[in-house]
Structures are given as C-alpha cells and as structure tokens.
Design a protein around this ligand. Structure first.
Ligand SMILES: *Cc1c(COP(=O)(O)O)cnc(C)c1O
Length: 222
C-alpha cells in the first residue's frame, strides 16, 4: 500500500479522539509531502537538524502541520528547536526545562511541553523513570515555569517481541498520567498521553492513549 493509503487506513481505524503523530525521522521530503497530502496534521521529528532541513524544503506545506519534538533535546539546540517545533514532548529533567523556559521567555512564547517517561526503565533511553513520585516532582517544577505549559506525558516503552507484553507498561503510564492530572497544578493541563508506536499502538489506545507516534506503519520499514 502507498503512504497515503496506510495513513488513511489507520486514521479511519482509530477513534477521532486519538491523534496521530507521524514520525518522520530518516524519511525523504517526497515521503513527508505524501503523508501531509493524505491529511496528516502532526509530524514528529527526533533531530533538530533534520527537522530544520525538512522544514525549509517543504515550503508552503510547512504551515499545514504542527511539529512535535519526539527525540532527546540538547541544550545547545534549544533556540533552533523553538523556531521549528510547536510542542516539545521530551522534557526529562529540571535542567532542560529551565533552559527551555529561559529561551522561551526571551522570545515571549509559551511552549507546550510533555514529560518523557521511560516506562520500561531501560538504561539506554532518555526520559525520566516511570515512577509516579519522579514524574510528580518534575511536573511541580515545570508548573512554576511561566513560559512552559505542561500538557501531557510521552511514554517510551521497551521493544517487546510480543506487543501484549507492553500492557503493564501502558497501564502504569496511564495511571501516572491520571494522577498528575488530578493534582490540578497551576499552569498544567494534562490532556495528552502520547503512547504507542507502530507495533503497539492498538494496545496503547486500548490502554488509554490519545496520541500515537507512527513511523513504519505508515512509511514502511526504514
Ligand atoms: C521512531 C519513533 C517512533 C515511531 O516508531 P515506529 O516504530 O516506526 O512507528 C515513535 N516515537 C519515537 C520517539 C520515535 O523515535
């Protein structure tokens, strides 16, 4: 099937309340244009530099989509990131949040952010530990930062051979998401739970995700 068919099929299969973030890392300009033409409204990119070159090459189409940073954000890339991304999904420390808040303040822009949570506690991945107290601590810090607006959680789960194995991870993420929301922190509006990738999105949605990040299910294997 074509990229367009893949996107539209998945779009029609999942509920309207679930957003699709099209993960575009490593894809060509033509592939990305095809998915935008198919109706995609939200793109996710892992690398600031790659995002920048795609962004420039897309011309008018750029304005049709929202850009989500879904890769690790480095401090020295914050200014560039602020020019491109509408949402930063990968806040995983007070330090990066403070740095982002400072730069956002300089340009007078309030930036929607999510806390990235490493729900499988893998050593190699970024993201905070998938423990309520840890996420709560960071959420309270972000709540105090005037130029950041915490709007969700992004959950990275381990690669399981059997997607069913991700269920307990997703349940944990959903539980943390709801508990943070219930705190009613000032300046925090916990509305998005970004959870589930190509191999796991159906289960993630069953477990309460309202935002899935899809690459290979739309573009094919990289
Ligand atoms: C690449 C990537 C995805 C999409 O992965 P697929 O398995 O290709 O759907 C989702 N989230 C993040 C953070 C990624 O880096």
């Amino acid at each position: 099937m074509s990229i367009k068919e893949n996107y539209q099929k998945i779009r029609s299969e999942i509920g309207d309340n679930v957003m699709i973030i099209v993960a575009v890392k490593g894809r060509t300009k033509e592939e990305i244009e095809e998915v935008i033409d198919a109706g995609a409204q939200d793109l996710g990119e892992n690398y600031v530099q790659e995002a920048e070159s795609i962004y420039e090459s897309l011309g008018d189409k750029v304005g049709k989509v929202r850009w989500h940073m879904i890769g690790h954000l480095q401090k020295n890339k914050i200014n560039k990131a602020l020019q491109i991304f509408d949402v930063i999904q990968t806040i995983d420390s007070k330090g990066i949040a403070l740095a982002l808040n400072e730069r956002a303040k300089r340009i007078g822009k309030v930036v929607p952010v999510y806390i990235e949570m490493n729900i499988g506690d893998e050593m190699t991945k970024s993201g905070v530990k998938g423990e309520y107290e840890v996420v709560e601590g960071l959420a309270k810090e972000i709540s105090k930062m005037e130029f950041l607006r915490l709007e969700g959680l992004m959950a990275m789960e381990p690669q399981f051979d059997n997607p069913q194995d991700s269920i307990s991870c997703f349940k944990k993420a959903k539980d943390i998401f709801e508990r943070i929301g219930a705190l009613n922190l000032p300046n925090v509006d916990m509305k998005e739970l970004s959870m589930g990738m190509s191999g796991s999105y159906k289960i993630a949605i069953q477990e309460g995700s309202n935002m899935v990040r899809l690459g290979s299910a739309i573009f094919g294997a990289r």
